[in-house]
Design a protein around this ligand. Structure first.
Ligand SMILES: [Zn+2]
Length: 249
């Protein structure tokens, strides 16, 4: 059985049998890894409380040949992100981030870029409960998985953004359409110039820059809906925690 060592984030967990836990991780080197923690629910478990949601650590596991469920050998905590469990708002937003990251790759795929995006987003969310982080995470994740929204030209007539009155985003066309071309993009969602400016400014560079990009509350709310529809279009389903998130935002 090959032994692997990689940085990993706990993205879920459920009980198995009398005393064990199955833990899904998003790992830096190997994508999503599901592994069993033997005896994790025993009082004197060697894992203690280390395998909780969001915890970043160094994972050592045995790869089971021809099986998707591996065996944890060791998990040493780097950062527990305890702040994310301190209130319902951050808990739900953090849960949304790990679910979206987990849904973005298939079993057997890996993406160090998504791992680093998730790690950075959880780090910042622990310090700043700010929904601009979620919007930045979403637009960046869409870019990484290959759904780069066009934010500069109308996708039908090629008008540039500066000359577009009442712009809209079409998820099926993959970005901007102008008011003259709306009939050729029936799924269009209105988007403000402020929201477009925000998306353009947070698409690249360091994630914490999104906290310095101004976007007032009404624009942030409408942008949330636009990105939610784009994500649902791209991923083909509404994620479970989106409903959960809408309860607290
Ligand atoms: Zn147009």
């Amino acid at each position: 059985m090959p032994l692997h060592t990689t940085e990993a984030i706990v993205i879920g967990g459920h009980n198995l049998g009398e005393a064990d836990r199955i833990i899904p991780f998003f790992t830096r080197k190997l994508g999503k890894v599901r592994a069993v923690a033997r005896g994790a629910r025993r009082v004197r478990s060697r894992y203690g409380g280390t395998l909780e949601l969001f915890t970043l650590g160094q994972l050592v596991f045995f790869e089971s040949p021809n099986r998707t469920l591996h065996k944890i050998n060791e998990f040493s905590v780097i950062e527990p992100f305890a702040e994310l469990k301190a209130d319902l708002g951050r808990l739900s937003r953090g849960a949304y981030l790990v679910e979206l990251a987990g849904a973005s790759i298939e079993e057997g795929e890996s993406s160090e870029e998504i791992f680093l995006l998730l790690r950075d987003a959880l780090t910042l969310l622990a310090l700043h409960d700010d929904s601009r982080l979620l919007r930045s995470f979403e637009i960046r994740l869409l870019r990484i998985v290959g759904y780069l929204l066009e934010l500069y030209h109308c996708l039908v007539c090629r008008s540039v953004l500066e000359s577009i009155a009442e712009p809209a985003i079409s998820p099926t066309r993959g970005g901007l359409v102008c008011s003259r071309c709306l009939s050729r993009a029936p799924d269009n969602l209105p988007i403000s110039l402020e929201s477009l400016g925000f998306l353009r400014s947070v698409l690249h560079g360091r994630l914490e820059q999104s906290l310095a990009s101004p976007l007032s509350h009404p624009h942030l709310t409408s942008l949330q809906e636009v990105l939610r529809v784009c994500i649902a279009h791209f991923f083909g389903k509404r994620l479970r925690s989106v409903a959960f998130l809408s309860l607290v935002e």
